[in-house]
Design a protein around this ligand. Structure first.
Ligand SMILES: Cc1cc2nc3c(=O)[nH]c(=O)nc-3n(C[C@H](O)[C@H](O)[C@H](O)COP(=O)(O)OP(=O)(O)OC[C@H]3O[C@@H](n4cnc5c(N)ncnc54)[C@H](O)[C@@H]3O)c2cc1C
Ligand code: FES
Length: 252
């Protein structure tokens, strides 16, 4: 599926708190086609502070709008949480390669916290292919489980770990299961992704990870999102953010 990248000023249709520090913003924007796992760069403020756009995964496309789920971590996302219906933001996208999904493969999604973002669209695509989406979802606090409600609403099979409740993380769930023949798709904190990669390698299973490398331009210009691979440096914004883990060199 080819996608066409545009930059435009779009209207905020809604910006709703899901639970403390986490929001769902809907933008009046029609990107024509989006591949699951692609992202946008948003300029949140019309002023020069913050100067740089911020990257966010595309959570969902629906009639008349695009949904983004985000967590407040700093200045940009804090300003974003104050946006109201009718405000405008500047959006660049869709960007990146996204997940390559084919009918002949059996997929398993693994997400940590906000790493669930790309999987709503992955799940919709798997359903379109006649497959039942399956997700292992790890969260720190119980309140974050709400993030999986939309996937469950689609009919996805979701298994959880809640670190503060049962002391377990999602990679332990992955380790304990028979995943032979699966293609694992993962998104979450880098430490989790590295562990997913090593579990999948040990089990002889193919895996693909979506990296949340810091990005400044999102278009392959600033070189700020370099990722070390076995064949040299690549750019997370144009060559990724999804990589086959066999390509990657992890930092630790
Ligand atoms: C391809 C991609 C997709 C993303 N999708 C989403 C998404 O769907 N929802 C979402 O909430 N966030 C997502 N992020 C992360 C998001 O871009 C950052 O949280 C955001 O840019 C922070 O901006 P800020 O101005 O609020 O924080 P800043 O002021 O830039 O940073 C504040 C603090 O947060 C830390 N921080 C910044 N970025 C990250 C990060 N990626 N991971 C961990 N810590 C970080 C900084 O080191 C700093 O300590 C994505 C990132 C990438 C690269
Ligand atoms: S963010 Fe600038 S090159 Fe990737």
């Amino acid at each position: 599926m080819s996608t066409m990248r545009t930059t435009e000023s779009v209207e905020v249709l809604s910006n709703i708190a899901l639970f403390p520090g986490h929001y769902r913003i809907t933008l009046g924007w029609d990107p024509l086609t989006v591949k699951p796992g692609q992202f946008v760069m948003l300029r949140i403020s019309p002023t020069f502070d913050p100067l740089l756009r911020r990257p966010f995964g595309i959570y969902n496309i629906k009639e008349g709008g695009v949904e983004i789920l985000y967590r407040v971590v700093g200045k940009g996302t804090s300003l974003m949480s104050q946006l109201k219906r009718g405000d405008r933001v500047d959006v660049l996208g869709p960007l990146g390669n996204g997940f390559e999904l084919t009918e002949d493969k059996d997929y398993l999604m693994v997400a940590g916290g906000m790493g669930i973002v790309p999987f709503y669209m992955v799940a919709k695509e798997l359903l379109r292919m006649g497959k039942t989406p399956r997700l292992f979802f790890g969260v720190r606090k119980e309140e974050e489980l709400i993030l999986a409600d939309d996937l469950k609403g689609l009919g996805a099979e979701v298994e959880f770990t809640v670190q503060e409740r049962d002391g377990k993380v999602v990679t332990e769930l992955l380790e304990s299961k028979d995943i032979a023949g699966k293609h694992v798709l993962a998104c979450g904190p880098e430490g989790m992704l590295e562990k997913v990669a090593s579990i999948c390698e040990a089990k002889g299973v193919e895996s693909f990870v979506s990296l949340e490398t810091s990005m400044a331009c999102g278009m392959g210009v600033c070189m700020g999102c370099s990722v070390e691979t076995k064949e040299g440096y690549r750019l997370a914004c144009v060559d990724g953010p999804v990589f086959n883990v066999r390509e990657l060199k992890w930092k630790s």
